[in-house]
Design a protein around this ligand. Structure first.
Ligand SMILES: Cc1ncc(COP(=O)(O)O)c(C=O)c1O
Length: 431
């Protein structure tokens, strides 16, 4: 059984949203003439129409209707530094003045690679891509070439990019790898697949916390179990830390003490510029060494100087190990406060550190199937309520901390959550 507000409550909320945002609606209509649905990034769309932003500064966003929001989405974790952080802006300006697109190796790429190798314990060598999606495609190719095997084990509800998405039914958008799907936090389902397909599985691809799948944490022993199973069956273990690497100084692999063979990264590590990275064991990465390796990996912008410069500045000067610890401790505290406020509601936040997701249920959540999916009126109501309080988040319930947020903004979020409970707690009925 789930709980929902009276449908008129949500309808009224959406009517207020439509009235308050005529310019966003107009902009979307105009864009729809030349872009399907006015959209070029599916995740950004929601009914009746999404907000259009005009500017960002620090932890604030301005929309085209003149509203200012506290940004609690932080570009789905990529805007860790906030908007136009002075250190990042300075690095970008300097790189721009020095010439873009040098048609060659540059002096920055090995500096960023060194920072990555120093930061993430399992990475002996790394390569750059333009996105997290590409990094995962590269990881799967590397694992297949290294093992001489064809199949990949991934997890229902996992997300590894636009062409490696495992939430919901099979999609034509996915690349046609031979995939075997297991359940998150269920080692038996993984062992069954490995045993049913002996000598076939090149890799187990897993997020150490499901990100887009709802910020669902790995239970004690799950990742350790995957490590042991992958070794027993000769498959590589790949951690997709595109979203989770910000949750501890050396990524979740460091915090949880499990070392994968390969790791993928992205998001904030390019300082807000497009970025992806694959790294891991030297013997696996050696396949890409053009002096001796067998794998060619192309990409015009793989070593573009803007991403390299912004990435270096961010890691060296801003997101130090101490900052990573501080930000995630704040996130843990905030999640606790929000859950206290929601204690008598059929709602909860799950997650770790600076990344969390709202679920419209108070029952335990071990995997995506435990949480009501798609459109959920309670979660929708919370989203529109936060907008009315001047707080921008994702309609699916994702909340993310960025570095410029101060105690004031965190307190405003807790207060807005309390006002949601006060205003709507009494209008819930069993669905
Ligand atoms: C865990 C994970 N892997 C991969 C990706 C894809 O990264 P990108 O959007 O840079 O292609 C994402 C993006 O949200 C992600 O969360």
């Amino acid at each position: 059984m789930s709980w929902a507000p009276d449908s008129r409550v949500l309808d009224h909320c959406i009517e207020r949203y439509i009235r308050a945002n005529p310019n966003s609606a107009r902009q979307l209509e105009w864009a729809a003439r030349v872009m399907p649905g006015g959209n070029t990034r599916s995740v950004l769309f929601y009914e009746p129409f999404p907000l259009v932003m005009s500017a960002g500064k620090g932890c604030f966003l301005d929309d085209v209707d003149g509203h200012c929001y506290i940004d609690f989405l932080a570009e789905y974790t990529a805007a860790l530094y906030g908007h136009s952080h002075p250190v990042i802006t300075h690095a970008l300006t300097k790189a721009m003045a020095n010439g873009l697109n040098l048609s060659a190796h540059n002096e920055l790429e090995a500096r960023l690679a060194t920072l990555i190798v120093e930061r993430f314990g399992c990475i002996e060598q790394t390569r750059f891509t333009n996105s997290g999606t590409e990094a995962n495609l590269l990881a799967l190719a590397a694992a297949k070439a290294y093992t001489g095997r064809e199949a990949i084990i991934a997890f229902n509800g996992g997300y590894h990019g636009g062409v490696l998405s495992f939430a919901g039914p099979a999609t034509k958008m996915n690349v046609p790898h031979r995939m075997h799907m297991a359940d998150y936090n269920d080692l038996c389902s993984v062992e069954r697949l490995l045993a049913e397909h002996p000598g076939e599985c090149a890799a187990i691809l897993v997020e150490p916390m499901l990100g887009a799948g709802g910020c669902i944490c790995a239970e004690d022993g799950f990742l350790e179990g995957l490590r042991a199973l992958s070794q027993a069956y000769g498959a590589l273990l790949i951690f997709d830390e595109v979203m989770t690497s910000r949750l501890a100084p050396g990524g979740l692999q460091e915090k949880l003490g499990v070392t994968p063979d390969l790791m993928t990264l992205g998001k904030y590590l390019g300082g807000g510029m497009p970025c992806g990275m694959l790294g891991g064991r030297r013997d696996i990465m050696a396949q890409f060494d053009p002096r001796q390796g067998s794998l060619s990996h192309a990409g015009t912008f793989n070593n573009n100087v803007l991403t390299m410069a912004a990435g270096i500045a961010g890691l060296e000067q801003v997101y130090t190990r101490a900052e990573a610890i501080r930000l995630n401790a704040r996130g843990d505290l905030l999640r606790g406060q929000l859950n206290e406020v929601l204690a008598h509601m059929p709602m909860q936040f799950t997650g770790q550190g600076s990344v969390m997701n709202l679920h419209p249920t108070a029952l335990p959540i071990r995997r995506p199937a435990d949480s009501p999916t798609d459109r959920n009126s309670l979660r929708d109501l919370f989203f529109f309520h936060l907008l009315e309080c001047g707080i921008y988040s994702a309609r699916r319930g994702l909340l993310v901390l960025s570095l410029p947020l101060t105690e004031r903004e965190l307190t405003l979020l807790v207060t807005a959550t309390q006002s949601f409970v006060d205003r709507y707690g009494g209008v819930l009925t069993a669905d």
